[in-house]
Design a protein around this ligand. Structure first.
Ligand code: FE2
Length: 260
């Protein structure tokens, strides 16, 4: 097993509902290091209820955190990113540099749906594609609309989107329904990334190693390596992600024209 890269965590201190202060951020980084993670993309919430979180605040928070980790001798690199609530203005805000891409590579955008409903993502994914960007849908397995209609994940993938499953969902931390959908994704290889979406060290910890083991048991080591290590490392480096067989879908529904 190579080191994990984690493309979704809320480790920037005092920015959103993640780490409250620098001490908690440092404790989280220690926990991630012990779990086998070398790179973290720090993804504070942006847009939605977190419209006040600016790109510059994230950059500054990440730089200060990295300096603190270096001083503490914690061998984890932290890169700026964002967990972005989808909004009609999103493509424009990305173009203006007000919303961050993952690791600021100008390649991948982490997309968060409202939790209780699915909104067809094809128009947004197409708009992002026109800007040379690829959308990564965060935790589809925890979205109530997708839990009722998991087949829409095929549409997301067919439209060029990538899927990020939460590590804790696979091990039951979010309850039975998210776990079933997460297992469905692994069984059908309808998954591109595992990420922690860690918010702290207790209630919402990292759990990458446990998810890796679960995928080895349910599928095989190749898939575990791909979604926990290789694909997220490609995002960190700003490279294209290798699609391992899940593009089996045909588009099923049209979007709403939400993004014009
Ligand atoms: Fe998140």
């Amino acid at each position: 097993m190579t080191a994990f890269a984690d493309i979704h965590c809320h480790i920037v201190p005092g920015t959103d509902d993640g780490a409250a202060d620098l001490a908690e951020s440092i404790a989280m980084a220690r926990m991630a290091e012990a779990d086998g993670t070398k790179s973290l993309v720090a993804t504070p919430h942006q847009l939605g209820n977190n419209s006040h979180v600016t790109a510059e605040a994230i950059r500054q928070g990440v730089a200060a955190l990295q300096a603190a980790l270096d001083a503490e001798g914690i061998a984890v690199s932290v890169l700026p990113g964002a967990d972005v609530r989808i909004e009609p203005e999103l493509p424009k805000l990305l173009k203006q540099g007000k919303v961050l891409t993952l690791a600021e590579r100008g390649k991948h955008v982490l997309l968060e749906l409202p939790h209780d409903t699915y909104i067809p993502l094809e128009p947004l994914l197409a708009a992002l594609d026109r800007q040379g960007l690829v959308g990564i849908l965060s935790h589809p397995e925890r979205n109530r609309g997708i839990i009722k209609h998991p087949e829409v994940m095929d549409d997301v993938v067919a439209a060029g989107g990538l899927l990020q499953i939460t590590a804790g969902s696979l091990t039951g931390a979010f309850g039975g329904s998210p776990q079933r959908i997460a297992e469905y994704c692994v069984e059908n290889r309808l998954i591109h990334f595992i990420a922690s979406d860690a918010h702290d060290t207790k209630k919402r910890p990292f759990g990458m190693a446990a998810a890796y083991e679960t995928i080895c048991e349910m599928a095989d080591e190749h898939l575990a390596e791909l979604v926990c290590c290789e694909n997220p490392a490609r995002v960190v480096d700003g490279e294209d992600v290798d699609i391992d067989g899940p593009a089996r879908a045909k588009p099923r529904r049209k979007g709403w024209g939400f993004w014009g």
